[in-house]
Ligand binder design. Structure first.
Ligand code: A2P
Length: 272
């Protein structure tokens, strides 16, 4: 099993990382990031909107792992969309993280009338080498189709809400056909689906928890997965998924848990 995935531009992204949405700036973020890196995680996913970039950067420095062995993602917030403001927001993110570059910069949400101008700036940032890859988040198929009418560079990633109760199969197929890597946010359903009996039953066969089963389901479905936790034991548990494999039958059973229910906002009517 390959622990990294090649993006369309040839760069490699770890398939399993730490997400830090709702992780508090300060010790909580510093420690979570440090524990994750000590555990073996090499992907950290933050965003300007999470307001913890400074602590994420601090955690990275405290872990003492060479910069080029770590993959750092951050995202452009909605209020900063537009050409000039994107360039400025990116500089601010780098300054907070205290990094010279990020590995992936994403447009956080498809703000109508703005995301094309933002994308022009993203392309320039990419060409300057200060973002090694660029992509989008929460884009539906029609947003991407629209972006592609002006894009010189096809987004390398689309990060969307995916978990066993929102499997997003049509969008995932579209993304795969366009060589856009799929990344899942709220991959554990924000922890709300961990008591699901199907997931627990499957886990029993392998002596694994529901969380580990879900993470494995993402990995085996070619989805980059960034579970969030602020507890060291869970951060470790969530990374302990490379010593077992789900069967096709297990995966089919988990696919069938889909109810198309979102936990987060629908990009179609998000109040930007
Ligand atoms: P905590 O941060 O207190 O550990 P998602 O990644 O889908 O957003 O899910 C994150 C939620 O799931 C958080 O509330 C987190 O709580 C919880 N969580 C993460 N990993 C585990 C785990 N292995 N077991 C139980 N809960 C977990």
């Amino acid at each position: 099993f390959e622990e990294t995935k090649k993006l369309a531009n040839g760069s490699s992204i770890p398939r399993l990382g730490l997400g830090v949405w709702q992780v508090k700036d300060g010790d909580e973020a510093v420690d979570s990031v440090k524990w994750a890196l000590e555990t073996g995680y090499r992907l950290i996913d933050t965003a300007a909107a999470y307001k913890n970039e400074a602590s994420v950067g601090e955690g990275i420095r405290q872990a003492g792992i060479p910069r080029d062995e770590i993959f750092v993602t951050t995202k452009l917030w909605n209020a900063d969309q537009g050409y000039e403001s994107t360039l400025q927001a990116f500089d601010e993110s780098l300054a907070k993280l205290q990094l010279d570059y990020v590995d992936l910069y994403l447009i956080h949400w498809p703000v109508e009338g703005k995301y094309k101008d933002s994308w022009r700036a993203m392309e320039e940032i990419y060409q300057s080498g200060r973002a090694k890859a660029i992509g989008v988040s929460n884009f539906h198929e029609h947003h991407i189709e629209d972006l592609l009418t002006i894009a010189k560079i096809v987004p390398m990633v689309d990060q969307i809400e995916i978990h066993p109760t929102l499997t997003q199969e049509p969008l995932r197929k579209f993304l795969a056909a366009n060589k856009i890597a799929v990344e899942a946010w709220s991959p554990l359903g924000q922890g709300k689906i961990l008591a699901n009996p199907t997931l627990i039953e499957i886990g029993k066969k392998y002596n694994k928890t529901a969380a580990q089963v879900i993470i494995r389901w993402h990995l085996q479905s070619d989805i980059i997965v960034i579970p969030k936790s602020v507890h060291q034991d869970r951060i470790e548990q969530n990374f302990d998924v490379f010593d077992f494999a789900l069967t096709q039958e297990d995966i089919k059973q988990i696919d069938q848990l889909n109810t198309n229910e979102r936990l987060g906002p629908d990009p179609e009517n998000f109040d930007f």
